[in-house]
Design a protein around this ligand. Structure first.
Ligand SMILES: [Zn+2]
Length: 241
């Protein structure tokens, strides 16, 4: 009796979606409800990291008789919203172009809010969460100040101890909506970068709009061009199923 009900349900599901020919495909490729941008658009003279944010757009070939324009851009890898590769912290580490797409595409999202009144993410903020293979998004709310001087004024960050917990528990990617995942006020070391990147965890910084994913079944994609660099902007977004 119970078996019969299950079969009926499966047939109705396939009829309603009307686009798949097999039950396995229907369950692995559900329709996307919405796409949500998690990146800041790039534009000329924008400021991301104070003093290190060059973005220059230019026209290489003006429109000719055929109507086509060829334009270009000069920028630093840490402009706008971007990801870091291990090469950023380790001269022998792999570069942006070496990332496997499996590290960057369709990662289940886990959101971690900065505890009220605190400035640092410690492992206590992650305890009990399953982060294995997931994109862990550290939500500080700082993105609302992006492009202003206040954005880099005493910003929140991830502690070395918190980074160790995330690496040990096999997070795939760790992103933050702030200017730096390490302590901006102490440039003498970057322990969160060191720990995450050396453990093959992708680092994403200067993200935005993380709060829009709250309560949603979201999967993150963060794919830059295949450049042999330490960091590069990516159109980071989430698909919501
Ligand atoms: Zn970084």
């Amino acid at each position: 009796m119970m078996f019969g009900r299950i079969i009926t349900f499966t047939i109705i599901l396939l009829t309603e979606t009307g686009m798949f020919c097999g039950a396995a495909l229907a369950t692995t490729l559900p329709p996307v409800k919405e796409y949500i941008e998690l990146n800041h658009p790039l534009h000329e003279n924008m400021t991301t990291y104070p003093g290190l944010s060059e973005v220059e757009l230019y026209t290489r070939l003006e429109r000719g008789k055929n109507g086509a324009i060829i334009d270009g851009i000069k920028l630093l890898g840490i402009s706008g919203t971007y990801i870091d590769a291990p090469f950023h912290a380790d001269p022998h580490g792999k570069k942006i172009s070496d990332y496997d797409l499996r590290q960057l595409v369709n990662l289940p999202v886990v959101i971690v809010r900065l505890p009220p009144g605190e400035k640092i993410f410690f492992s206590s903020a992650f305890q009990g969460k399953n982060v294995a293979g997931k994109a862990v998004l550290l939500m500080t709310g700082r993105d609302r100040l992006f492009g202003t001087e206040a954005y880099s004024d005493n910003p929140p960050y991830l502690s070395a101890e918190g980074a160790k917990w995330l690496a040990k528990n096999h997070a795939a990617l760790v992103g933050i909506d702030s200017v730096l995942i390490d302590n901006y006020n102490d440039a003498s070391s970057i322990p969160a970068h060191d720990i995450l990147l050396k453990n093959n965890v992708v680092v994403a910084e200067d993200m935005t709009n993380i709060g829009s994913l709250m309560g949603k079944n979201a999967y993150l994609t963060a794919v830059p061009p295949r450049v042999p660099m330490a960091s590069f902007p990516a159109r980071i977004f989430a698909a919501v199923y």
